[in-house]
Write a protein that binds this ligand. Structure first.
Ligand code: NAD
Length: 443
């Protein structure tokens, strides 16, 4: 099948590569010419495990190609996937300008009937807006072609994107058109062993499903952080509580890890956007608003724990920071808790000595050269000469640590652990002060 993908970010590039890998002919289009040049040279602009070799292989077979030419992109695919960003606008609603720009491009260049597949996360009603935009453009050209728009939200996680795309729990397609159903079945046939994995539903239900899934996961995290904050004040260990409730199959162990708040390119903006959508239809989504505000507060906890450990004065201190990405196995720092912490530390006059296995380049891109940000070559260097250590991301390489060595490196024996990686007793026995999340010490 010939498939066009607009947008070569985390979702577009993974989608295009995976679809090429199962035999489809895929053309990926992006307005970012530098990105396309790098991709054509076999260079992957993002860090995603397994993606680089897969892109190279499929480029080699000729089934995966890249372009910046909109006319070529529109002419190519019978299916036109939209996988561009939907960042929050000033009031937190999803900004649809990139999605509608693609719709406009399709309307401008199409010379035959097309099916548009919206993979970006978009508010309920966007499919209608995309269709209206294409039709408006067609009318301005005096052209008449058939256009159908379906919703096909993406559920992949960065860090495990290929596995999620190829072995996802479900593939959702919002459409009532038999023709679109047939085409989407053909597109995803290589991934569907179980018929029920491919779920057809109304387009509005599909659009809402994506937000509902992310909001549910974010709710679990905020709920657990609320319990952790309570546990801290009650002298209970939230890790024991987590094991206690996770064993109930109605609750389960997934997404109940307390920590320093959720970040990334999806949960914060999607919870916010859904809450704003609710407002648009005169509904006060109280639970969603609470999920968001609990998370915003949670992202401040690392700083307040540190500030308390230093009697409120961090001026002139050097803080070692392990983990910059919003979660392990990605270089994505969008809305990462590490950013909230670093920015607060800088405001307080401290210097950050940071290390992350993959996000160093991204950190430099975001913050540039500055005297109060030192990027270390590894976790050992990050700690050298520091006053205290904070852990923001649970990368595997941070899980084991020689605490006696760490104590010898820090001027103050303080670890603030935003991911509850260590056994408090062992850390404290080594003579360190250990401030985790919800583990009995209420600093
Ligand atoms: P991204 O920012 O990584 O990539 C978006 C790409 O679209 C960029 O390369 C940009 O240059 C390109 N683009 C912008 N306008 C364009 C245009 N008119 N034509 C062609 N390309 C254009 O975004 P992402 O993380 O891949 O997310 C894309 C969508 O998928 C969002 O709606 C997001 O919410 C959703 N989503 C993301 C994830 C995730 O984990 N990142 C998971 C599921 C769903």
């Amino acid at each position: 099948m010939k498939i066009t993908i607009f947008g070569t970010g985390y979702v577009g590039l993974v989608t295009g590569t995976c679809l090429a890998d199962v035999g489809h002919d895929v053309l990926c289009m992006d307005v970012d010419a530098e990105k396309i040049t790098r991709l054509e040279a076999g260079e992957i602009p993002i860090y995603e495990p397994g993606l680089e070799s897969m892109v190279k292989h499929n480029v080699g077979t000729g089934r995966l190609r890249f372009t910046t030419d909109p006319a070529e992109a529109v002419a190519f695919g019978v299916l036109q996937f939209i996988a561009v960003g939907t960042p929050p606008d000033e009031d937190g609603s999803a900004d649809l300008q990139y999605v509608l720009a693609v719709a406009d491009t399709i309307g401008e260049h199409m010379q035959e009937d097309k099916v548009i597949v919206d993979k970006s996360t978009v508010p309920v009603g966007t499919a209608d807006k995309v269709l209206a935009q294409v039709q408006k453009r067609l009318a301005s050209r005096g052209a008449e072609f058939d256009v159908e728009v379906c919703s096909n939200p993406e559920f992949l996680k960065e860090g495990a994107a290929i596995e999620d795309f190829t072995h996802g729990a479900r593939i959702i397609v919002g459409t009532n058109s038999e023709r679109v159903k047939r085409l989407m079945r053909e597109c995803y046939a290589p991934y569907i062993r179980l018929q029920e994995k491919l779920m057809f539903m109304d387009v509005r239900a599909a659009e809402l499903t994506k937000y509902a899934a992310n909001a549910m996961l974010a709710t679990k995290i905020s709920f657990m952080n609320e319990i952790a904050n309570l546990a801290e004040r009650l002298g209970a260990d939230v890790e024991q509580v987590r094991r206690g409730i996770g064993s109930d199959p109605r609750i389960g162990y997934h997404f109940i890890y307390p920590g320093c708040g959720y970040g990334g390119s999806c949960f914060p903006k999607d919870v916010q956007a859904l809450e704003r959508t609710a407002r648009d239809v005169d509904y006060q989504a109280e639970l969603l608003a609470a999920v968001e505000s609990v998370n915003n507060r949670q992202k401040q906890t690392l700083f307040s724990k540190l500030a308390n450990a230093f009697d409120g004065d961090l001026k002139g201190r050097t803080i070692a920071l392990w983990g910059l990405s919003f979660k392990p196995n990605t270089d994505d720092m969008r809305d990462a808790p590490s950013r909230t912490l670093m920015e607060a530390l800088w405001d307080a006059g401290a210097t950050v000595q940071a290390y992350d296995p993959e996000a160093m380049k991204e950190c430099r891109r975001l913050y540039g050269e500055r005297d109060d940000l030192l990027l270390a070559g590894d976790r050992v260097q990050a700690v050298k000469g520091a006053d205290a250590l904070v852990i923001c991301t649970e990368w595997k390489e941070f899980r084991s640590l020689d605490f006696a060595w760490l104590k010898s490196q820090l001027s103050m024996p303080v670890i603030v652990d935003g991911r509850n990686l260590y056994d408090p007793e062992i850390v404290r026995d080594a003579g360190l002060m250990y401030y985790a999340v919800g583990r009995g010490d209420s600093l």
